[in-house]
Design a protein around this ligand. Structure first.
Ligand SMILES: Nc1ncnc2c1ncn2[C@@H]1O[C@H](COP(=O)(O)OP(=O)(O)OP(=O)(O)O)[C@@H](O)[C@H]1O
Ligand SMILES: [Mg+2]
Length: 201
């Protein structure tokens, strides 16, 4: 029974496009999907905390992380996108472009080109711009940025959601998308503010 306190988003049926690659056919609503995805993401984060030191700025790690975060639910987890999307580059360039951005990020860390948060912001933005995977790029790129901060700068993670649900429509989500759009035009300031950088960071 649908009640007015039931989250309307949670009750929304998934469309055929969204169902593509879903491993559990009994999942039919957004609410059910969110629940199982949350568990998968938690398992992925646990894997990340426990894993031995590794080269995180590699295609292999980026793909493995995506698979660990979403692979219990989605068949396409960890596999590069093969079709065009409204966001992202032509899929044939993904393999080359991810290498470019990860190599750049290694250089920034080694040479102190940017403050830790600016380096993480630039990595995050370039990853979502490439849009490597069919879906869950935002979440993956936020965790990549946090992992980069930790491993390369011994810096604490970003408080991306700041008390909101970043995956749903709200002020925080709007500010996030607007900040990414500014970064598209090479103005990183809104993204730096969003990620909590102070002027002297
Ligand atoms: N103009 C835009 N509109 C929406 N998302 C954008 C835009 N530009 C960049 N993005 C990024 O793409 C992500 C959405 O892509 P995708 O659906 O693959 O990721 P997701 O992890 O499923 O989504 P979310 O981050 O909303 O949980 C956003 O989170 C954001 O990081
Ligand atoms: Mg999505």
């Amino acid at each position: 029974m649908t009640s007015i306190i039931e989250d309307p988003d949670g009750a929304t049926p998934l469309d055929p496009d969204e169902l593509e690659g879903l491993k559990f056919k009994h999942i039919t609503t957004r609410g059910q999907l969110n629940e199982v995805e949350q568990i998968n993401v938690q398992n992925g984060l646990m894997w990340l905390r426990r894993k031995r030191k590794t080269q995180i700025l590699s295609e292999e790690f980026a793909r493995e992380l995506h698979r660990r975060l979403f692979g219990e639910i989605w068949r396409w987890a960890g596999e590069f996108r093969q079709t065009e999307k409204s966001i992202g580059i032509d899929p044939i360039y993904i393999g080359v472009q991810i290498k470019v951005v990860l190599d750049d990020a290694a250089y920034w860390a080694e040479h102190g080109t940017f403050s830790p948060i600016e380096a993480a912001a630039r990595l995050h933005h370039r990853l979502v711009q490439i849009h490597c995977f069919p879906n869950r790029n935002g979440c993956h790129a936020r965790i990549m940025a946090d992992t980069y901060l930790k491993e390369c700068f011994s810096h604490p993670p970003i408080d991306w959601a700041a008390g909101h649900d970043l995956m749903r429509s709200n002020e925080r989500r709007d500010a996030y998308i607007a900040a990414l759009r500014s970064a598209d035009t090479y103005d990183y300031n809104p993204l730096l503010v969003f990620m909590g950088a102070r002027t002297n960071d």
